[in-house]
Design a protein around this ligand. Structure first.
Ligand code: SAM
Length: 257
């Protein structure tokens, strides 16, 4: 077993996180640059140090997860969600069950709540938001953001849903209350069922082809018939039929069976 494979085994034993399901070249590059910066020479040494140093362990988690997010990321897609996808789902079901999978620091599930609230009262939805990274979830629950996370958000939504406190923008309490956060590993934990809408964006790109395909099947099983999977703007599914989906719009897939 080579240095990296041994590291994968050790990390899996320690954390339950299976790095072999993430694209290898990319992950290796990110982690190598971290341990080299800290003066280490191999993955073996990196793991040994991580065992002794909690702070380094958290740095590792931070480096492997990549938490970059933004409100209203890829604005055009959110417009399609608001004008086309949600109205149809709301016709089919009075109460919508929505999942923001790999929600990072909360920008995505809060965007969902804001967009839904333009159409119907928030009592008509439940939004589950999950991520593997507990630190990201803790920040999401605080709900304070800098200008940078809000740059794509239309001005009128910014005014309506945020109050400025010093350098920070604080999210509206009603929006915050509409979202339930939980720790969840997409590659290991069971999925809930009967979702009307699953939003999983900008995380599939980090996974191997095999891991991605398994996830498409699992998302399909987690949706109710007619439910929608909304993916990131570089994450088009090339053969949706293989996984029981048809394309509803660019980056939106409807469960057909
Ligand atoms: C680039 S962020 C995407 C955030 C948001 N979905 C968006 O599009 O703005 C990727 C997120 O995926 C999470 N992640 C990585 N591996 C994961 C896994 N196995 N299960 C759940 N979340 C994971 C990371 O912690 C990170 O918060």
């Amino acid at each position: 077993m080579n240095d990296y494979q041994q590291f994968i085994e050790n990390v899996k034993r320690k954390t339950g996180i299976d790095l072999s399901q993430y694209k290898e070249a990319q992950m290796k590059r990110r982690l190598t640059s971290l341990y080299e910066k800290r003066g280490m020479k191999s993955f073996q040494q990196f793991f040994q140090e991580m065992e002794k140093d909690e702070k380094l362990f958290h740095e590792f988690l931070d480096r492997m997860t990549i938490n970059v997010s933004e409100f209203y990321r890829n604005a055009k897609r959110w417009e399609v969600l608001e004008k086309k996808i949600l109205p149809k789902l709301l016709e089919q079901n009075r109460h919508l069950k929505i999942w923001s999978a790999a929600c990072s620091t909360g920008e995505e599930p809060y965007t969902l709540a804001m967009v839904v609230s333009k159409l119907v009262p928030l009592a008509r939805v439940s939004i589950l938001a999950t991520d593997i990274d507990e630190n990201a979830i803790a920040r999401a629950k605080i709900g304070m953001y800098t200008e940078r996370s809000l740059q794509e958000l239309p001005e009128e939504m910014k005014r309506k849903f945020f109050t400025k406190e010093g350098m920070y923008y604080k999210i509206d309490e009603k929006i915050k209350r509409a979202v339930t956060f939980k720790k969840h590993n997409l590659l290991a934990d069971p999925f809930d069922r009967q979702f009307d809408l699953i939003v999983c964006r900008n995380v599939l790109i980090y996974f191997t082809e095999e891991a991605k395909e398994r996830l498409y099947y699992k998302f399909n099983q987690a949706l109710r018939p007619g439910g929608i999977l909304f993916v990131g703007s570089t994450e088009q599914i090339f053969n949706p039929g293989l996984y029981g989906f048809e394309m509803e719009d660019t980056f939106f897939y409807r469960k057909i069976n």
